[in-house]
Each structure stands twice: as structure tokens, then as C-alpha cells.
Design a protein around this ligand. Structure first.
Ligand code: TYD
Length: 139
């Protein structure tokens, strides 16, 4: 089963004017891209996420600002501080994620391999643990 998160370095084209990021499906995005969504204009004090997906693959980065991504897969749980546009997070499959400490200038860009589908969401943490447990037993 897919349940994996990976921190990745995102290369930018830098010069005296600043940074340029280029993303290409099946090249530096390691899947066929179907959707991009962006979280921005965050109201302070709110966290987001609190779900996993059954199948979705996502590449996430913060071109501006910072936030803490708490991610948990089959084998580990980690808080990843996304505070540089060159830091990326690849999430594949059943990974619980929460976004905390989202700065007011934070933009979170998410590339995804599927269209929005509420049926792919696991929104209950106990269901997430149960699904991981069940799938783990079948490995
Ligand atoms: P949700 O996934 O709950 O946001 P977050 O995980 O960041 O807390 O999505 C919030 C709302 O936006 C929810 O009603 C579903 C809708 N939505 C779409 O319509 N399309 C999308 O691509 C996404 C990600 C969400």
C-alpha cells in the first residue's frame, strides 16, 4: 500500500532578481498532474488538514511564509517546518496530515495526481489508524 512521506529539495532558478520555480509533470513532479490547489490568506490561529487520503499523491511547498506540517505514515510521525520555498514534501497515499502555525504570509501550493474527490478522504483519525492497521496486517 502507499503510505509514505518524503522531504525533497526543490531546485529554483536563482538570479539577482529572485527565484523562479518550474514544475513539470512526470519530471520534477513525480506523477501525472491533474490538479493544483493553493491555500492562502490564512486567518491566524487556525490549523488545517486533519485528514488522510486513500490513494492521492501530492507534492506540497510553501513559496511564501511558513507552516508546520505534521505528517504520519505507516512507520513514522514527524513535524516538518516548511519555511523555505526550496523545501518540498511528497505525500503518497494514506498519510495523516495537519497544518499548524500557518503564518499570515503563508501560501501552500499543492500539486495532486487526481481531481478533488471527497470519497478519497479519511477524515477520522481512528479510521486512519484502523485502515493502516488492516493494511499492515495484509502486507
Ligand atoms: P479541506 O480538504 O477540508 O481543506 P484542508 O484540508 O486544507 O483543511 O477542503 C476545504 C473545502 O474545500 C471542502 O469543502 C472541500 C473543498 N475543496 C474543493 O472543492 N476542491 C479541492 O481541490 C480541495 C482541496 C478542497
Amino acid at each position: 500500500m502507499y503510505s509514505k512521506f518524503t522531504e525533497i529539495d526543490l531546485n529554483s532558478i536563482d538570479d539577482e532578481r529572485g527565484k523562479l520555480f518550474s514544475f513539470e509533470s512526470m519530471k520534477n513532479i513525480p506523477f501525472e498532474l491533474k490538479r493544483v490547489y493553493i491555500l492562502t490568506s490564512s486567518n491566524q490561529g487556525y490549523s488545517r488538514g486533519f485528514h488522510a487520503h486513500k490513494k492521492l499523491k501530492q507534492l506540497i511547498f510553501c513559496p511564501t511564509g511558513s507552516c508546520d506540517f505534521v505528517v504520519e505514515d505507516l512507520s513514522k510521525k514527524k513535524t516538518i517546518h516548511l519555511n523555505s520555498p526550496n523545501k518540498g514534501l511528497l505525500i503518497e497515499g494514506v498519510v495523516w496530515r495537519e497544518m499548524h502555525n500557518i503564518s499570515s504570509d503563508c501560501s501552500i501550493v499543492v500539486f495532486a495526481d487526481e481531481y478533488y474527490d471527497e470519497d478519497d478522504y479519511i477524515r477520522d483519525y481512528n479510521d486512519f489508524l484502523k485502515i493502516l492497521g488492516e493494511r499492515n496486517e495484509k502486507k
